[in-house]
Design a protein around this ligand. Sequence first.
Ligand SMILES: C[S@@+](CC[C@H](N)C(=O)[O-])C[C@H]1O[C@@H](n2cnc3c(N)ncnc32)[C@H](O)[C@@H]1O
Length: 330
Amino acid sequence: MSLDRISHYPVMLEEVKSLIKKPNIIVDSTFGGGGYSKDFLKNFQNCKVIAFDRDKSSETIAEKLTNTNKSRFTFYNSKFSKIEKFIINDLHNVTHFIYDLGVSNYQLKNLDRGFSYQSNSELKMTMGINEITATSLLNERDEKYLARIIKLFGDEKDAKKIARNIILFRKNKRIISSDELKKIILKSKKKYQKKDPYAQTFQALRMVVNQELSEIFYSLKSLMENCSIGTTFIILSFHSLEDKLVKNIFNFFGKSVNQSRYLPQKEKKVNFKIFKKKPMVPKLSEIRLNPSSRSAKLRFIQKTNNHKIFINKSDTKMEEFFDLEEKLYE
Ligand SMILES: C[S@@+](CC[C@H](N)C(=O)[O-])C[C@H]1O[C@@H](n2cnc3c(N)ncnc32)[C@H](O)[C@@H]1O
């Protein structure tokens, strides 16, 4: 199934565009099916677009855009944590960085990719440029590690039982397919009230295999620390952990007093401005048209001065998540 043939509505496109003022270079950090890039090239006549996606299959769509917009569009098949390296000479001309996080429809619907539990397929869950698949994670990591990631990334209360049953299953056979994992999950959850008992475990595995939170941290760290005054970051997240991380990073760079009202209010230096405390969400009309947009949260922030401010993992208060993602590759 080709990427062109899967319909994709670029989520909150109108809201994203309303935040793009006087674009020079727009970086589309998550090109996917190219919905945003195509629209930016069409509607912002004089801007350039530099796009990134870790998924090799985005390249075919990108090639078509490169052919029709030779001097205005460039695509790199890379993780977004590495963006700075590719645009080092252009960084100071970038006016907007856009991130539309998560998996694309194509990745979800293409059974060979093994993201979905709606039908039986090999558990891969790799977005692209990965060394480890969900199958190797499930078959090669110890019980404690599996329980911890399923609990933390999936917020799954039966994480320990699921991890135990993964280990028991492995004694006889490697876990290869989504059906095998689904059986293990069902067996571990005595009475599940939720309609969908699988989503949390599948999501936890996907996030860790792709190191999704570390990718966001390292990308924003390098670009927010080094970009120019006026640069705007627009980020759409679809999951509470992603949104929490984006919010905490934005607050670090943009919130001048600490958060807790129980602590003495201490002014700190900031170099970004947060325009809205609450994230923007899709309109009802968009959710009706594209139900998968319903969980989108859009946050944006703009650089306002050149104070040198550097973020560490501990400043996000989500260090344990990064440690677990990094441990997978040790
Ligand atoms: C929701 S889709 C983007 C859809 C796109 N805005 C459009 O309109 O077609 C997210 C895309 O981000 C890519 N992606 C996710 N994490 C990434 C990362 N760390 N680096 C680069 N690309 C990433 C995925 O491969 C996927 O294609």
